[in-house]
Write a protein that binds this ligand. Sequence first.
Ligand SMILES: [Mg+2]
Length: 154
Amino acid sequence: MLMDGKGMRTGETACRKKLLIESHSERKGVFSVAKIMIVDDAAFMRMMLKNILAEDGHEIVGEAMNGKQAVELYGQLQPDIVIMDITMPEMDGIQATGSIKSLYPDAKIIMCSAMGQQQMVIDAIQNGARGFIVKPFQKERVLEEVRKIAGGAR
Ligand SMILES: [Mg+2]
């Protein structure tokens, strides 16, 4: 059977598309979706993180707006990962990380810091935080940190 040039190109494109879809779903298959709790006093920051993470297939199980609330909510929700702001009223993210880790040693917490908060990030890591991201958020950096902890080979 003879195909004209146009037909072949269309066929090739369809084939390539199919391959792309298959390889994409394969990668999805090995990637773990995480239950994530977001902690930040700024509603706007929580919304931004939520969008980035949900788009990547993660489940946002809860949100807290200060460290005190985060400690309480952690016990109820038992999330896989916490994304924790540093500067918050009531209780800051460093203290909250310390409290959560003392109650739940397996807790996995990623700190969100602003520029110039290096010392606070170090304090948080000493309190048991696993990683950090710097504001303003870069989508890829956020997902990279989460993937490192959530596991999977994507
Ligand atoms: Mg803050």
